[in-house]
Design a protein around this ligand. Structure first.
Ligand code: GLA
Length: 387
């Protein structure tokens, strides 16, 4: 077992993943056009880099006579290598998906027993990133460690650099062993749906995690994320607006803004889930605010910690590489509240400080001991406090 590469994922990985919007319908034109839209929209310039083909890219009926995975002939008639070349030609990287059992979550062939062969095939296509899921696998931790280790070794043997994304949903505490098995990011929960609160998903026979609940999971795991290995709060649902495979009720702009704020503050990977070919200006504004993204990508790589709770309001703090502190003021309740930020809450002395509102892009106040901000229901105000 080798520790995850420090060079890869020195800051949380950023990109796009096909699952939330396209699920099992994903096809090659979607990937090509999405990669082009990532460049044309300015997302690439903001740091979004990986275009990840999630589940259902392969032929569902099985491997070919050599035991190789085969791209679905109807949805990927040109093959994945041609797609990888196109994505690379745009200056982006490409990711793929498999599962540490005989089948994936969507019942396509999995990689158990074929780790070396699959890794070699992906390397020959020029794949840069593997999301490795855990459906249909035994529930114990030891088996998970063993199966992720096997794939890590297979990836390393190819000689190609892969960003390794572990997806066992947090049940076996991957924050404790993810780095050891070469993981650069590990999911910390089941799938996050397009909803503020958890919702019962009858079609899936399970609860979909809402953004609100993810905050408590992130708060508990803050100390485990850092350069080379990150707590993955799941793909973004920003901009889905109730559409797409992952479904949900949709959220208000304020709720999507809180979702984006907290994924950034918590140093989660930022994998966009909506259709970026048709994203609206309000979605683009949430995904491309450079001051907010700079929190996520800050070189110190320290996930925000929850430092204070009162009622349904919370203050989270994140130290930044330039010596300033980012503070997130969240109102998880149903009524507007005045949130009181005390210098001591975020470890600062009673000296003059300048607070900048990052979403607004404005310096809003000089304060010494205390700053009061009105925070709307489900809103997050992101501040950068300079001493
Ligand atoms: C699991 C994962 C999702 C997605 C689907 C694909 O549910 O958690 O992110 O990859 O499988 O089937």
């Amino acid at each position: 077992m080798n520790p995850g590469s420090k060079k890869l994922a020195a800051t949380p990985p950023m990109g796009w993943n096909s699952w939330n919007m396209f699920g099992h319908t994903v096809h090659e034109a979607v990937i090509r056009e999405t990669a082009e839209a990532i460049v044309a929209s300015g997302l690439k310039d903001c740091g979004y880099e990986y275009v990840v083909l999630d589940d259902c890219w392969s032929q569902k009926s099985g491997r070919n006579s050599h035991g190789d995975l085969v791209p679905d002939p109807e949805r990927f008639p040109s093959g994945v290598k041609a797609l990888a070349d196109h994505v690379h030609g745009l200056g982006l990287k490409i990711g793929i998906y498999s599962d540490a059992a005989h089948q994936t979550c969507g019942y396509h062939p999995g990689s158990l027993g074929f780790e070396d062969q699959d890794a070699r095939l992906w390397a020959s296509w020029g794949i840069d990133f593997l999301k490795y899921d855990y459906c249909h696998a035994p529930t114990d931790q030891a088996t998970a460690i063993e199966r992720y280790t096997r794939m890590d070794e297979a990836l390393r043997k190819t000689g190609r650099e892969f960003l390794f994304s572990l997806c066992e949903w947090g049940g076996r505490s991957p924050h404790l062993w993810g780095r050891r098995v070469g993981g650069h990011m590990w999911r910390v929960s089941g799938d996050v749906f397009d909803s503020w609160v958890n919702i019962w998903m009858a079609a899936w026979n399970t609860y979909g995690i809402g953004v609100d609940v993810s905050l408590d999971i992130a708060a508990d795991l803050a100390e485990y994320g850092g350069p080379g290995g990150w707590n993955d709060l799941d793909m973004l649902v920003v901009g889905l607006k109730g559409k797409g495979q992952i479904t949900g009720t949709g959220m208000s702009q304020i709720e999507y803004q809180s979702h984006m704020s907290m994924w950034c503050a918590a140093c989660s990977p930022l994998m966009i889930g909506c259709d970026v070919r048709t994203m609206s200006p309000d979605t683009a504004a949430l995904l491309m605010n450079r001051e907010v993204l700079a929190l996520n990508q800050d070189a110190s790589g320290k996930p925000a910690r929850r430092v204070k709770r009162f009622g349904r309001c919370e203050v989270w703090a994140k130290p930044l590489a330039d010596g300033s502190i980012a503070a997130a003021l969240i109102n998880r309740g149903a009524e507007g509240e005045d949130v009181r930020l005390k210098a001591g809450d975020i470890g600062l002395l009673d000296e003059p400080k300048l607070a900048r509102n990052l979403w607004a892009g404005e310096d809003i106040a000089d304060f010494t001991q205390e700053l009061i901000q009105r925070v709307q229901p489900h809103e997050t105000i992101l501040l950068k406090i300079k001493g």
